[in-house]
Design a protein around this ligand. Structure first.
Ligand SMILES: Nc1nc2c(ncn2[C@@H]2O[C@H](COP(=O)(O)OP(=O)(O)OP(=O)(O)O)[C@@H](O)[C@H]2O)c(=O)[nH]1
Length: 416
């Protein structure tokens, strides 16, 4: 299955092509663009058609007053034809409204309304004996106006249905001997002219709505692509390329939000600054590439140890930082000590440390944040604690304030 990104890029290319090739003159897009057109515009077109159809049916039925005065003798029969057409229209509109039919079928079914309306109108005209009936055919043009323009039909369907309906209606009116000849000629001429003009308008409406859709789609796709690029840049600018962990910039952004989160949930927030012990010597002993690999492994070991919601970033050369929430100070201390153990447990050989393996020193600062409190001294506290851990002999976690030193377990120190 193609991924959404490549699909969008392909669509972007197709839209560009459509705009360049002026294919829009054919009132049909490339199938993929056409599918997207229906997806984006279909629901609003359905709503519009249903609304327009309901208004059209209301107008159609308002003529019942006219029937009462003009065709009183045949009122029952005329009313039946009106109701038949209304029922037919209601079925079509329900099918469109409930989306029971495909987009293509929707357009053709709707277009079928034009010959149906004209059929009913011609039958009603035949049923009428009143001398005022000669004015009836002049109203026929109204159907072309409403259906071809007001709805409007799509141009292809409008062309076909008008092409079928106009000659048949003209035949019916033209052969109606009870109509004066001049009225017949004039009514047919009016219908033909109306059909022509409404078809032209129908074409222009569809063409310009398709063209403006293409422009909108082009903008939407370009905007999405720009957003994706911006997201990518933001991710890159906040990621350390060596370890794939968040970098200092990401840490600076995370700090205030983590602070607020902890304040709102009334939990402890721990900041742990971590420094790889004697890392300069590691580089000197094993080379810079090995140093890089070591930093990656240290990052991975700590990430695995931390809960998923904890922040872990590489904020400097061989310096990492952790932000983690906990329910108690003791829990924070356990997390920090766990990090130290996790790195030591990797047992990466290091000829210049006491234990003979890569170890880390940690400075832990704890806060119980308040919403309007400030994190200003947080970093300085953790930094001071880290300094303390280094001075006390490395491979340990020291804690800022008066919580005391979190010693490495006795067993670990015994082996050093
Ligand atoms: N391989 C590698 N080395 C780095 C990188 N960034 C910083 N370093 C090295 O990390 C070393 C840090 O050395 P120092 O700040 O003296 O600290 P240290 O040797 O770890 O000593 P202590 O921190 O006191 O235990 C320097 O030699 C840097 O060149 C990196 O991305 N890759």
């Amino acid at each position: 299955m193609p991924n959404p990104l490549s699909q969008e890029l392909r669509l972007q290319g197709l839209v560009k092509q459509e705009l360049e090739l002026k294919r829009r003159r054919r009132l049909e897009f490339h199938p993929e663009v056409e599918a997207r057109y229906e997806q984006d515009e279909g629901p609003s077109r359905r709503r519009w058609l249903v609304r327009g159809g309901v208004v059209g049916l209301m107008i159609w039925n308002l003529f019942v007053f006219n029937d009462w005065f003009m065709r009183n003798d045949q009122f029952g029969a005329v009313l039946s034809w009106r109701l038949l057409m209304t029922a037919y229209g209601a079925c079509i509109l329900t099918a469109i409204w409930r989306n029971w039919v495909s987009p293509r079928a929707r357009e053709w079914i709707l277009a079928g309304a034009l010959p149906m309306v004209m059929l009913c109108a011609c039958v009603i005209l035949r049923l009428t004996s009143n001398e005022m009936r000669m004015y009836d055919p002049f109203v026929f043009s109204l159907a072309f106006l409403v259906i071809n323009i007001s709805l409007p039909l799509r141009f292809r369907q409008a062309l076909w249905m008008s092409g079928i309906t106009l000659p048949l209606t003209a035949l019916s009116v033209g052969t109606d001997e009870r109509l004066p000849e001049q009225a017949r000629i004039f009514a047919i001429g009016l219908m033909a002219g109306t059909t022509l003009f409404t078809l032209q308008a129908c074409y222009r409406i569809e063409r310009s709505s398709r063209y403006s859709y293409l422009l909108r789609l082009r903008e939407t796709l370009a905007f999405r692509a720009a957003e994706r690029r911006a997201d990518g840049f933001a991710r890159l600018s906040q990621t350390d390329p060596l370890t794939g962990l968040p970098n200092r910039r990401a840490f600076d952004l995370a700090m205030p939000s983590r602070w607020q989160e902890a304040a709102l949930t009334r939990r402890w927030l721990a900041l742990v600054l971590i420094d790889v012990d004697n890392f300069k010597q590691y580089n000197d002993l094993y080379g810079h590439p090995a140093g890089d690999a070591c930093l990656k492994r240290v990052g991975e070991a700590m990430r695995e140890h931390l809960p998923p919601q904890a922040f872990l970033g590489r904020i400097g050369g061989e310096e990492f930082a952790v932000l983690v929430q906990a329910d108690s100070a003791a829990q924070c201390q356990r997390v920090a000590e766990g990090l130290r153990q996790a790195v030591e447990a990797m047992a990466l050989p290091h000829g210049a440390t006491e234990r003979g393996v890569v170890t880390i020193s940690l400075g832990l600062a704890l806060r119980s944040p308040s919403v309007d409190g400030r994190a200003d001294s947080f970093m300085a506290s953790a930094d001071a604690a880290l300094y303390d851990a280094k001075h006390r002999g490395r491979n340990r976690c020291a804690q800022a304030s008066n919580y005391g030193d979190l010693e490495a377990p006795a067993a670990a120190r015994a082996g050093s």
